[in-house]
Design a protein around this ligand. Structure first.
Ligand code: SF4
Length: 516
């Protein structure tokens, strides 16, 4: 069990005291029963399993939110999707357990994401966007109760203050909304019109001031209730930012060392976690033996992601891959269902020109068997995730890693073009890669090849492969679950004959069933 003395010792956020999170009123679109400033720590002990699971579930929400932004969704489109992610991952059986999960998961991720400036920046951005979406989903009365309940330094106008600025407010809101109807609705919607506006120091709403969407007078901003999210998110951001720095200091000095064997490994691995399906055990997934060495050239052409195509091509041309490349490609092949004996056949044939006969047995056979847990510590190694591949930087003479990250713009464009992807998708993939969104670039290529959209994104080379095979073999129709027809791409684009990175030169002695 983990006592929350741990979290206390790493510093709670320096927010003003608050009451418990705000309950949603009937009619609210809020996905959870409470919105919180996280100023109070979870009050009871928690099991290690709950500690980890809650954090992973929140991470799914935050990563989903980040993906949506990277895909260029507008805030109003993100709003509903974020709430459904919250509903999917953070909602528990009861109101109390949902509040607890929300709070616990937030605090665990604070620990996980406080350790570097980059992690802090990412976590802060996602948490603020999540807070913003959840605050927007509150009804006006709930928003007001939240601001007042958390003693945020803003207050509604008094009737006298309102009368003094009413004309200017009307003019400003008309200019901001561009609609007389909307402006009237704002003034007439509240039971008392003065309560539809808050007065705040202008520095509390830099986004509204910067975009000239607020009336300013004597150092104060007059914020409409439609803009109240800006009022609430600024103190949330400031408090969380400060708490993350405090937490980082306490974690590295006190808690991390004392929890080195229990919590630290969990906490420190959270930011690296792969959250997609498990491709570690092809036998459990029932795919072992579905691929033979002779299938690899065809499958590479049909369904390998670019990282694996590049390595398969390099192996076939130079008859050699350095250790990291052999691991990356070898484990991927194991994950798609290539059994050990076929893997040995494949590698032996591909490396025959540089490592014939006994040389292969002496220098490379051990490595192939090791990947399958048959040598050394007998660990059954797991196919690499996209994050792991993207993080690896190939040295001179190496070809592993993610081409969307490692290739220069021209080389990348020409590599993608060889995959027979539509020009629009080539442009999209190159633009995403240039912006550092490597997995989105890969998803664009997948879409360009298959003629349907990849809404789940690409998180794993084996996921790329499996989704591709499902579409090509009719198990997954364009428009089915997780995939939908992509505009502007009408047909799949099979590579032309001869475009395979691997000619069918590998002739196995036994034949296995093909991938369905
Ligand atoms: S995004 Fe993932 S699957 Fe795609 S090329 Fe990079 S590492 Fe491979």
């Amino acid at each position: 069990m983990v006592g929350w003395v741990l979290a206390n010792s790493v510093g709670a956020p320096a927010l003003t005291p608050s009451k418990e999170g705000l309950s949603s009123e009937p009619g609210s679109k809020h996905a959870l029963p409470s919105l919180s400033m996280y100023s109070e720590l979870p009050g009871s002990e928690i099991s290690i399993e709950e500690f980890e699971q809650a954090a992973l579930d929140r991470l799914r929400v935050l990563k989903g939110l980040d993906d949506l932004k990277a895909k260029g969704f507008r805030p109003d489109q993100v709003q509903d999707k974020v709430l459904s992610l919250v509903d999917q991952y953070l909602k528990a059986a009861t109101r109390e357990s949902t509040i607890r999960k929300d709070t616990v998961s937030h605090y665990v991720l604070r620990l996980a994401y406080c350790r570097t400036e980059e992690l802090r920046r990412w976590f802060l951005a996602q948490e603020c966007d999540l807070f913003r979406a959840r605050f927007r989903a509150l009804l006006p009365g709930e928003q007001r109760a939240f601001i007042e309940g958390n003693r945020l330094p803003f207050r509604p106008l008094t009737p006298a203050e309102f009368r003094e600025v009413e004309d200017d407010l009307r003019a400003t809101m008309l200019a901001v909304t561009g609609s007389l109807q909307q402006t009237n609705a704002l003034f007439q919607g509240a039971a008392a019109p003065h309560e539809a506006f808050y007065r705040a120091p202008f520095e509390a709403v830099p986004d509204l001031v910067g975009s000239r969407r607020v009336y300013l007078r004597a150092g104060h901003a007059y914020v409409s209730r439609d803009q109240a999210v800006s009022l609430a998110v600024q103190p949330f951001r400031a408090a969380l930012s400060k708490a993350l720095v405090t937490t980082a200091r306490r974690w590295s000095q006190v808690v991390g060392p004392s929890e080195a064997h229990r919590l630290a490994p969990i906490v420190e691995s959270l930011s690296q976690r792969y959250l997609g399906p498990d491709y570690s055990d092809p036998e459990k997934r029932g795919v072992t033996g579905q691929v033979a060495a002779s299938d690899i050239p065809r499958l590479a052409q049909e369904s390998f992601p670019l990282c694996m195509q590049v390595m398969a091509q390099a192996l076939h041309e130079s008859h050699h891959l350095k250790h990291d490349g052999r691991m990356q490609l070898g484990l991927f092949l194991k994950g798609i269902g290539l059994p050990l004996e076929e893997a040995v056949r494949f590698w032996r044939a591909e490396m025959a020109a540089t490592a014939p006969g006994e040389k292969f047995d002496k220098e490379f056979l051990y490595n192939v068997r090791h990947n399958y847990g048959k040598e050394g510590n007998r660990r059954d190694y797991t196919p690499y995730t996209c994050s792991k591949i993207i993080a690896s930087v190939p040295g001179v003479g190496q070809v592993h890693g993610c081409p969307f990250r490692t290739f220069g713009p021209d080389a990348l464009r020409s590599a993608i073009s060889r995959l027979q992807v539509t020009p629009a998708k080539v442009d999209e993939a190159c633009a995403k890669a240039k912006a550092g969104h490597f997995q989105l670039a890969c998803a664009a290529v997948w879409e360009g090849k298959h003629g349907c959209s990849c809404e789940t994104g690409i998180n794993h080379p084996n996921q790329y492969f499996e989704e591709s095979q499902k579409v090509l073999h009719g198990e997954q129709q364009p428009g089915g679950p997780g995939l939908s027809q992509s505009q502007g791409v009408s047909t799949a684009n099979p590579a032309p004959a001869g475009a395979s990175p691997l000619p069918a030169s590998v002739q196995p002695h036994t034949k296995h069933a093909r991938v369905a």
